[in-house]
Design a protein. Sequence first.
Length: 555
Amino acid sequence: MRTTSISPWKQAFQSGLLGGAIAVLLALVGMVAAFSGRYIVSGVFTMGQFLFLAPILFLAYMTLRRAPQMPPFRLLQTGMVSGAASGAVIAVFVLIGSVVNLRVMFINASPQLYGILTFNQGVGIGALILLVAGLLLGALAAGIILLPERTRKTIVQAALWVFTIGLLRDLIVTVSFRWGPLAAIIKQFFAVSGLTPVGAAILIALIGGIRYWQLGKNDPHAVTFFNNTKPTVRWLRLGLAGVILLLLPPILGIFFSEILDNVAMYILMGLGLNIVVGFAGLLDLGYVAFFAIGAYVMGVMTSPELGFFNMTWWEALPFALVTSFIAGVILGLPVLRLRGDYLAIVTLGFGEIVRLLVLSDWLRPWLGGTQGIQRIAQPQIGNFVFNTQQELYYLFLAGLGIVAFIAWRLKDSRLGRSWMALREDEDVAKAMGINHVTTKLLAFATGALFSGLAGTIFAAKLTSVYPHSMNFLVSINVLSLIIIGGMGSIPGVFVGALVLIAAPELLREFAEFRYLVYGALLVTMMLTKPEGLWPEERRRLELHEEEHSPAVSAD
């Protein structure tokens, strides 16, 4: 049993105050009022209501989940304390706003906002409703904790799916126009804003039923279509996935193809950095340098503007990859003895050196300086030129297939196990006979090779390359998607790129609030799944050691 220095009541009260404060913050920045007309379920529940009620439920749930074991009735009381504290904070804010003109300091503290927070029932009754709503949400959090695991996961996941589908209503309806007769069926689930109540009920029943059935299979060794290892079934799965991937651009259109291209580019870089950071445990903050090297070598080799070589894209590709590989070795040589923060600082400096060299007047005749390089060649097969988002998607897809296969094969190879041994304990790895020099250099060089490949396709995509595209933020984004997906996990790189790169584009309807929403999603994810969305099994066990360790009797 876990112990805590703070009593459950006090902890619940503190988390309740925090939940109420978050709700008030979202109201004061304008999100609650801005999305009060944006329905998740038409006529039932708006995005504005979700924004100030969800923090109450989430904070109560997280508090109860981390609290020591307690009887069901006491758990219910604790949840209600947290919910009531949140409701009280919002109620106090509304009461203060009714007697003090808060718009002098907070422009969004309008009568419309107070009406939304009180459900248009007036200040007095509305404050009472907020307290009752907080109590009910706290009790709901306790009820979710008390449910059997199978039922709890089913309800939570069905609710999340319905919320996501209702939130992305406009995008789904727009894409469905390309699906012919299927579009008419899909439109029946949606109202002018959000899902119809009937559509939401059908989705909850459908998604919940499927998930409940999946969770009911208690035998982990049960053979299904998704875990069958027979060659015929495995090839059928791969063929089905391949057909879906090939059909995505014509189905989704130009806008979504552009998003897919950006996601694929970051996956390519993520697979490379995952080898350096996830497999070998070498923190690299200058990873964008190899991306820039690949792009600039492609530009120098193919651009008629510079007039040096004037090669085709395919002819220049080996030179760009070899140069990126060598650059990885060059970076690795001076940092062989460095670890941790010192390694991160040196690699960060390497990235900045490459950026400043590109910007320098000294190399301007060869690299274009601040003007960059234009008229870079695009890949061409016969008379077919990869010059649109949808066509470049297939080039990215081919690159991803090759790089993912290499990364997958390397992970369980002798070299991959050497990388992981260095990550766990370098001194022990050297004592066991692992050549740490060669192993580290190959990690840096392989990661640089994958990043350079992404840079070459990026240069062809834009037919130009500029120094401002190679800033430090690119390295941070690639590192972040690895952390989000799960360190050392190859599927995690794909999931992390979808969340980190695709999510902000899909949340464009939130306008200036989209990064606030996105940040809240990331905070929620890190609190609930610190190991990542699709972690490596060893990493999952490390962070949940208490859950998997047997109970020890106190004799």
